[in-house]
Design a protein around this ligand. Structure first.
Ligand code: CA
Length: 231
């Protein structure tokens, strides 16, 4: 079945180039030229991935991303950031984006990221279908079928990447994962991954699950080595 990519971008020439290249790779596309339309299509059309520009008329990309996540959407979101600015990347990840790509981007790199993010999601779905249905990390319960997280009976909204990170830790509590390893496992990169993506996502995840994010119980830091799941 064809995968659908929603393009949210106000520059028509970029939309056309993206559409042309994605369709040539076999994807269906949906397009929105402003943030509110993008949010609406993201909510109603159930795309397999969203390419989301930051600077948009009406509602910016960070707010669209945050609104989708607040609504419980776990769709992979790649932010298109205009500048090579650290703050844009961090804002995007904090808003719940899975990935970002800086303009001007190479089409080859963008298509590779689209593919990696969609494949990752399919693999997760396959793994969930085949094996066990839930994992525990302390009093966190990960429902692998529903991709939902509960803490002491209360549901915590997390993005797909946050969920995937927790899954890594919950599968092998105590085992230390390096940032590079998490980048590869969760983001599917064995190429130019920026490991700070891992740090930002972990920080956001800690704020959601830890009683005190400053002294984490579930996601612990092994200094100079990486992160591990505490039991
Ligand atoms: Ca724009």
């Amino acid at each position: 079945m064809g995968k659908t990519v929603l393009i949210v971008e106000d520059e028509k020439t970029i939309v056309d180039i993206l559409k042309f290249n994605l369709m040539r790779e076999g994807y269906d596309t949906l397009e929105a030229l402003d943030g509110l339309t993008g949010l609406e299509l993201g909510r109603t059309k159930d795309p397999d991935l969203i390419l989301l520009d930051v600077m948009l008329p009406g509602m910016n990309g960070f707010d669209v991303c945050a609104a989708l996540r607040d609504g419980g959407s776990t769709v992979p979101i790649i932010m298109l950031t205009a500048r090579e600015e650290e703050s844009d990347k961090v804002f995007g990840l904090e808003a719940g984006a899975d990935d970002y790509i800086t303009k001007p981007f190479s089409m080859r790199e963008l298509l590779a990221r689209v593919k990696a993010n969609i494949r990752r999601r399919s693999l997760d779905a396959g793994m969930r279908g085949a094996g066990e249905n839930s994992l525990k990390l302390g009093d966190l319960v990960l429902d692998l079928n529903a991709v939902s997280l509960q803490k002491a009976g209360r549901t915590i909204e997390v993005s797909q990447k946050e969920f995937d990170l927790l899954t890594c830790f919950a599968k092998e509590p105590g085992r230390v994962f390096s940032r590079e390893e998490l980048m590869e496992k969760v983001w599917n990169y064995d190429y130019f991954g920026d490991v700070r993506t891992v740090d930002v996502t972990i920080r956001r995840l800690r704020e959601k699950v830890e009683d005190d994010p400053g002294t984490p119980r579930y996601i612990k830091t092994k200094r100079g080595a990486g992160y591990y799941g505490g039991e």
